[in-house]
Design a protein around this ligand. Structure first.
Ligand SMILES: C[S@@+](CC[C@H](N)C(=O)[O-])C[C@H]1O[C@@H](n2cnc3c(N)ncnc32)[C@H](O)[C@@H]1O
Length: 239
C-alpha cells in the first residue's frame, strides 16, 4: 500500500531494478534496441506523431524526450515518488504533465488520450484487469494501448530470465499470452538487442536484473561481450 498526495495506490509494487539503481537503469534504457526494430514496430502499432501519448509507469521519464520529439502532448504517470521527482527534473515536458498515479488510478479524464505505452510496468498478467479497465477509460475511441513486455521464449535475455527464479516471477509466457488473447489483444514479437558501450557496462546492467550467480555464469561464458539478443512481445489493445 502506498499513499501519495492523499491518493492511495493499493497495487503499487516498487520496482527494485530502477528504484534502487536509477543511474544504472539509465544505462540499461540507453542500451535498448540499438538498431530500432522495436521503435519501428511501436510506430506501426500506434503512431503518436501529433497525438496525445501517455507513458504509464514512466519511471524516471527516460523515454519522455523521445515521445516529445513529435507527439502533440506527452503525459507521464508514475506511482513511485522518487522516480516521479526524477521524471519531472528531466524537464522535457511541462511539470504538470508528469503526474502521480498508477495503472489502477490514472489521473486523466475519460477519452483524453490517443496512445498509451506501458513499458515493463504493471501489466504482468493475470492480475491486470483494474489497470486495463482504467486504460480503456482514458483512451479515445479507436485509441491504442501498447504493452511492451519481455519475450519469455526467444533471445538471450529470455534465457537469463528462465535461469533466474525471482526475475521470472513477473509472469509465465502461456499465462500472459492467454490473458491477452482473452481480451482480444494483438500479439507482436520483435527480436532486438541490448548494446552497451563495453562489457563492464553490460555486466553492471545485468547485475540489477538477475541474481549474482546467474550473471557470473553468463559473463564467464561470454567474455568481452557488450551485447545480447533481446526479444520483446507487444500486446496491443484498441479501445
Ligand atoms: C521496470 S520499471 C520501468 C520504468 C519505465 N517504464 C522505463 O521503461 O524506463 C517499472 C515501473 O512501473 C512502475 N509501477 C509500479 N507499480 C505500478 C502501477 N501499479 N501502475 C503503474 N506503474 C507502476 C514502477 O514504479 C516503475 O517505474
Amino acid at each position: 500500500m502506498h499513499t501519495l498526495c492523499g491518493v492511495t495506490f493499493p497495487d503499487f509494487h516498487r520496482a527494485p531494478n530502477i528504484a534502487d539503481n536509477p543511474e544504472v537503469y539509465e544505462r540499461e534504457n540507453e542500451a535498448i534496441d540499438p538498431d530500432g526494430p522495436l521503435w519501428r514496430e511501436l510506430r506501426a502499432r500506434a503512431d503518436w506523431a501529433g497525438r496525445t501519448i501517455l507513458d504509464l509507469g514512466c519511471g524516471t521519464g527516460f523515454w519522455l524526450p523521445r515521445y516529445a520529439a513529435d507527439a502533440g502532448e506527452v503525459i507521464g504517470v508514475e506511482p513511485d515518488p522518487d522516480l516521479l521527482a526524477r521524471a519531472r527534473e528531466r524537464g522535457v515536458v511541462r511539470p504538470g504533465a508528469v503526474r502521480p498515479g498508477s495503472a489502477e488510478h490514472i489521473p486523466l479524464a475519460d477519452a483524453s488520450v490517443d496512445v498509451v505505452h506501458a513499458r515493463f510496468a504493471y501489466f504482468f498478467p493475470p492480475d491486470c484487469e483494474p489497470g486495463l479497465a482504467e486504460v480503456r477509460r482514458v483512451l479515445k475511441p479507436g485509441g491504442r494501448l501498447v504493452v511492451i513486455d519481455n519475450d519469455l521464449r526467444h533471445g538471450e535475455f529470455a534465457d537469463l530470465l528462465a535461469a533466474s527464479p525471482w526475475a521470472s516471477a513477473q509472469g509465465a509466457a502461456d499465462t500472459t499470452d492467454a490473458w491477452w488473447r482473452e481480451r482480444e489483444a494483438e500479439r507482436t514479437e520483435v527480436m532486438s538487442a541490448w548494446r552497451c558501450r563495453d562489457a563492464a557496462e553490460l555486466e553492471a546492467v545485468l547485475r540489477i536484473e538477475f541474481p549474482g550467480d546467474v550473471v557470473d555464469g553468463w559473463v564467464r561464458a561470454n567474455p568481452g561481450r557488450r551485447e545480447l539478443s533481446y526479444g520483446y512481445v507487444l500486446f496491443t489493445v484498441t479501445a
